[in-house]
Design a protein around this ligand. Structure first.
Ligand code: HEC
Length: 198
C-alpha cells in the first residue's frame, strides 16, 4: 500500500472512531436528561396519585410487622420506598433534594403469618415475605407551597387498597413533626436508604 493511501485509511478510521464516541456521548447525555415526573395537583391543591412510581429508583424497605408492634404497626408493614428518577439524578450530582422531589412509600403486608411475631416459614427459612399491597404515604418537596410543614408536603393515600386517586396535604401534627424531629437529612430518613445516605 502506498503511504498516501495508508494515511487516507488512518484518517478514515480516526473519523469513524470519533464519530462513534460523539454518537455515544450524545446518547448518554440524552439518557441523563431524562424528563422528570413532577407532582401534579388538582385545582383545590390535592396531590394526584403519582404515576409509574414502581418504575422509579427503589431505595429500600423498612419493615414493621404488626406481630412485633402489639398487633398494630403505625405503618403496616413493609415500607417500599421509591424516589422519582429525575430527582434522584439531580440529588446524586448535588447532594440536595431538588424542588419537586417525590418520595413514594408503598405499604405492603407480610404474607400470611404463622407465628405470633408475624413470621412464617418458606423454603428459604423462617422470616417475613411480601404479601398484599396496603396503600401509600407520599412526600413532595416544595418549599413555598409547604412552608408550614418544613418545605415538604405529606400525603396519605390510605393504609389499605385501593389507593386514593388524590389526597390532601396533612397538617404538621399528623406527619411532618416526626420527620422534622428525627429524619437525618432535609426531612428524609436517609439513614435507612443506602443509595441516599451520602
Ligand atoms: C412517629 C413518626 C412518624 C410519623 C408521624 C410519620 N412518619 Fe413518615 N416516616 C417515619 C420514619 C421513621 C420513616 C423511615 C423508616 C420507616 O419507614 O419505618 C418514615 C418514612 C416516610 C417516607 C419515606 C421517605 C422518608 O422520608 O424516609 C414517607 C414518604 C413518609 N414517611 C410519609 C409520611 C406521611 C405522609 C405521614 C403522615 C400520614 C408520615 N410519614 C408520618 C416516621 C414518621
Amino acid at each position: 500500500m502506498k503511504p498516501t493511501s495508508r494515511n487516507a485509511l488512518t484518517v478514515i478510521a480516526t473519523l469513524a472512531i470519533a464519530g462513534g464516541i460523539l454518537a455515544q456521548s450524545a446518547w448518554r447525555s440524552a439518557a441523563q436528561q431524562e424528563a422528570r415526573y413532577l407532582p401534579e395537583f388538582t385545582a383545590s391543591g390535592e396531590l394526584i396519585l403519582p404515576k409509574n412510581f414502581n418504575e422509579w429508583v427503589y431505595v429500600g424497605s423498612p419493615l414493621t410487622p404488626d406481630g412485633l408492634n402489639n398487633g398494630k404497626a403505625g405503618f403496616p408493614e413493609y415500607h417500599n420506598v421509591y424516589i422519582e428518577r429525575g430527582s434522584y439524578e439531580i440529588y446524586k450530582r448535588t447532594n440536595v433534594f431538588p424542588e419537586g422531589t417525590i418520595l413514594f412509600k408503598e405499604l405492603q403486608r407480610v404474607l400470611s403469618p404463622e407465628n405470633p411475631d408475624g413470621s412464617r416459614t418458606e423454603t428459604s427459612g423462617r422470616g417475613y415475605f411480601p404479601g398484599a399491597l396496603n396503600g401509600a404515604d407520599v412526600t413532595v418537596k416544595d418549599s413555598k407551597r409547604f412552608a408550614d410543614t418544613n418545605g415538604w408536603g405529606f400525603f396519605n393515600f390510605n393504609h389499605f387498597e385501593p389507593k386514593l386517586a388524590q389526597a390532601k396535604a396533612q397538617p404538621n401534627d399528623k406527619c411532618a413533626y416526626c420527620h422534622t424531629a428525627s429524619a437525618k437529612k432535609d426531612m428524609v430518613w436517609t439513614q435507612f436508604y443506602r443509595l441516599l445516605d451520602r
